[in-house]
Design a protein around this ligand. Structure first.
Ligand code: AMP
Length: 519
C-alpha cells in the first residue's frame, strides 16, 4: 500500500472540488481543484528534475497558498519538505543548506542574489523563486507541466519533512518526520478536536513551523474544511474574520494582542466553536480574561517539532463556559472534562507520556520530572546526528522531550519549563515557572521571565525580568521582598530587572538565552 501522506490528505477533499478551499486576506479564492491541479503541476516539475526520491526541497519564502501547494507537491513527488523561517539570515541559511544538502532551494525573489550565490557554492543546481504575489520562476516552470499526477510510492517510515528546531539554545537540529508520523498526528487531531467539513479555520500562523504547517493545515485538509488565510497575524483583521470562522489556532501572543482590542466580545465570537493555543505557555490570566470577554474557553495543547502534538485539553468541556457544545462526542471518543488554565491537558490518544526522574523511572504524582513520550507521532531522529538522537531516547524507547512537568491525580499535564532552564541554586532545584507565576500575581506585574545566572557561592541564582502593566510602576526591590513572603528563600531571584518587552522568537517563545546574555 502506498503510505504517501498526500493520499490521506487528498482523501479529505470534498466531493465538490469546485467549492472554495481557501480564501485569502487579499481576496483570492482557491478551490480544492486548484490545490489538486497546481500541486500536480509542481510535482511534475519536480519529477522532471530526475532527483532521487527523498531529495530535500528547502523553502524559505513568505507565506502564500502557492507555498502550501509546493508542500503538497513535495509530498506527491516523494521528496522531503524543508521549510525555513523567513527571518533566517545568510549565516543561518548557509548552515541549513550545508547540513541538509537540498536538491532544490526556493526563496523569495528579493533574496535570490545572496541565496543563489550561497546555494550554488554548495553545489546546488536548482534555485527557484516564489513570492506572496504568485511571482517568481517556480510557478513559471511548473506552468508547462501536466495537471495530472500519481503520488510517488512511499513507505510509512519514509521521510516527508525535516523541521529544524527553532533553537532558542544551541545549534539547530533537523527533526526528521515520516509520512506515518504526520499521518497519525493529523488523524488524531482531526478526531480529537471534532473537525468536520463544515468548519472554517482561520489561519494566521506562519507555515514554516509545526503549528501552522502540520497542526493547522493538516487538520483542515484532512477534514476537507475551508480556510480563511491571513498572510500575517494582524489582530484587527483576525477579529473581523472571526464572524466567518469556526476554529482559530494561535500562539499565546495572538490571544493577548486580540484581548487588547475593544471589539473582542461574545458577539464577535458567536459563530466560533473552538479556540486553540500552543507553542508557548498561555498565562492563566490570559485564559481567564478570554473566558470573560468571549464566553469561550481556550483549549491549550502541547507538542513540539520532534513529536508533533502530545497533549491536549479536552475538546468536550464539561464546564461549557459559553462554548457551543457540539454533539461530536462519538467522533472524539472523549468523556467531557474541564479545560484547565495553566495545564496542557491529557496525553492524546496513541501517545504514551510519563514524568520521569534522572534514572528514567516514573516519579510520584504531582512531582516534577522530565516529560518523556512514545507513539506513532514521535519522529525518526535528528538529521545526520545519530549520536544526538541516541542521547535523546531512553533505553526503553521513550523520547526525552527536554521539558519538565507534572502529572496530577486527574491526569492533567503541566509544564514547568525546559530542563535547560532549570536553575540549580546551592544544589536545590528551582523551576522558573513557579517563580514567574508568583511574580505575575503581584500587583502591577504584566508578565515575567526568570533565568539562571552563574553565582560564585550558589553555583547559579535566578534573575527575574518583569514587565509592568499599563500605568503601573514597579520597584524591583519591593517585588523581591514580596516574593520572600511567598517562597522559600533559595527560590527567590537575587536580581530583578524591569524591562519593556521580553525577547521572543517567531512562535512567541521567550528567548531565555538572550535574557541570560543581558545579565
Ligand atoms: P517547537 O518545536 O518550536 O514547536 O517547540 C516545542 C517546545 O515549545 C516544547 O518542547 C515546549 O517547550 C514548548 N511548548 C509547546 N507548546 C507549549 C504549551 N502549550 N505550553 C508550554 N510550552 C509549550
Amino acid at each position: 500500500m502506498n503510505a504517501n501522506l498526500f493520499l490521506a490528505l487528498r482523501q479529505g477533499f470534498p466531493q465538490d472540488l469546485d467549492s472554495i478551499a481557501i480564501e485569502t486576506d487579499q481576496g483570492l479564492r482557491y478551490s480544492w481543484r486548484d490545490l489538486d491541479r497546481a500541486s500536480a503541476m509542481l510535482a511534475n516539475w519536480l519529477g522532471s528534475l530526475d532527483l532521487p526520491l527523498g531529495s530535500r526541497i528547502a523553502v524559505q519564502v513568505d507565506k502564500s497558498v502557492e507555498a502550501l501547494m509546493l508542500y503538497l507537491a513535495t509530498l506527491r513527488a516523494g521528496h522531503v519538505f524543508l521549510p525555513l523561517n523567513s527571518a533566517y539570515q545568510s549565516a543561518e541559511l548557509a548552515y541549513f543548506i550545508g547540513d541538509a544538502e537540498p536538491a532544490v532551494v526556493v526563496c523569495s525573489p528579493v533574496n535570490f542574489g545572496w541565496v543563489s550565490k550561497l546555494a550554488f557554492q554548495k553545489g546546488n543546481r536548482y534555485v527557484m523563486t516564489l513570492d506572496e504575489q504568485r511571482e517568481g520562476s517556480l510557478l513559471q516552470r511548473a506552468a508547462h507541466h501536466s495537471d495530472q499526477h500519481t503520488p510517488a510510492l512511499r513507505r510509512p517510515d519514509d521521510l516527508a519533512a525535516i523541521l529544524y528546531t527553532s533553537g532558542t539554545t544551541g545549534r539547530s537540529k533537523g527533526a526528521m518526520l515520516s509520512h506515518a508520523n504526520l499521518h497519525s498526528s493529523a488523524q488524531c487531531l482531526h478526531q480529537y478536536w471534532g473537525f468536520a467539513a463544515s468548519d472554517v479555520l482561520l489561519h494566521a500562523l506562519p507555515i514554516f513551523h509545526v503549528h501552522g504547517l502540520f497542526v493547522a493545515i493538516h487538520a483542515a485538509l484532512f477534514s476537507g474544511c475551508s480556510m480563511l488565510w491571513h498572510g500575517k497575524f494582524e489582530p484587527q483583521r483576525v477579529l473581523a474574520d472571526l464572524s466567518r470562522a469556526t476554529v482559530f489556532m494561535g500562539v499565546p501572543t495572538f490571544y493577548t494582542r486580540l484581548l487588547a482590542l475593544t471589539g473582542l466580545n461574545t458577539q464577535a465570537c458567536a459563530g466560533m466553536r473552538l479556540f486553540i493555543s500552543g507553542s508557548a505557555p498561555m498565562l492563566v490570566d490570559t485564559f481567564t480574561q478570554w473566558q470573560q470577554r468571549t464566553g469561550h474557553t481556550v483549549l491549550e495543547r502541547y507538542g513540539m517539532s520532534e513529536t508533533l502534538m502530545l497533549t491536549s485539553n479536552p475538546y468536550l468541556d464539561d464546564e461549557r463556559f459559553g462554548d457551543p457544545v457540539i454533539a461530536r462526542s462519538e467522533a472524539t471518543k472523549q468523556a467531557p472534562a474541564k479545560r484547565v488554565g495553566g495545564s496542557v491537558g491529557f496525553p492524546l490518544p496513541g501517545v504514551s507520556l510519563r514524568i520521569a526522574d534522572a534514572q528514567n523511572r516514573e516519579v510520584p504524582e504531582g512531582e516534577v520530572g522530565s516529560i518523556q513520550v512514545k507513539g506513532a507521532n514521535v519522529f525518526a531522529g535528528y538529521w545526520r546526528m545519530p549520536e544526538k538522537t541516541a542521547q535523546e531516547f531512553t533505553s526503553d524507547g521513550f523520547f526525552i522531550t527536554g521539558d519538565m512537568g507534572t502529572l496530577d491525580a486527574q491526569g492533567y499535564v503541566r509544564i514547568v519549563g525546559r530542563s535547560k532552564d532549570l536553575i540549580i541554586s546551592g544544589g536545590l532545584n528551582v523551576y522558573p515557572v513557579e517563580i514567574e507565576d508568583a511574580l505575575n500575581n503581584l500587583p502591577g506585574v504584566l508578565e515575567s521571565a526568570v533565568v539562571g545566572v552563574p553565582h560564585p557561592d550558589f553555583g547559579e541564582v535566578g534573575c527575574a525580568f518583569v514587565l509592568a502593566k499599563d500605568g503601573a510602576t514597579l520597584d524591583p526591590t519591593a517585588l523581591l521582598q514580596a516574593l520572600k513572603t511567598q517562597l522559600a528563600n533559595f527560590k527567590v531571584p537575587k536580581q530583578c530587572r524591569v524591562i519593556d518587552a521580553l525577547p521572543r522568537n517567531a512562535m512567541g517563545k521567550v528567548q531565555k538565552n538572550l535574557l541570560r546574555d543581558m545579565v
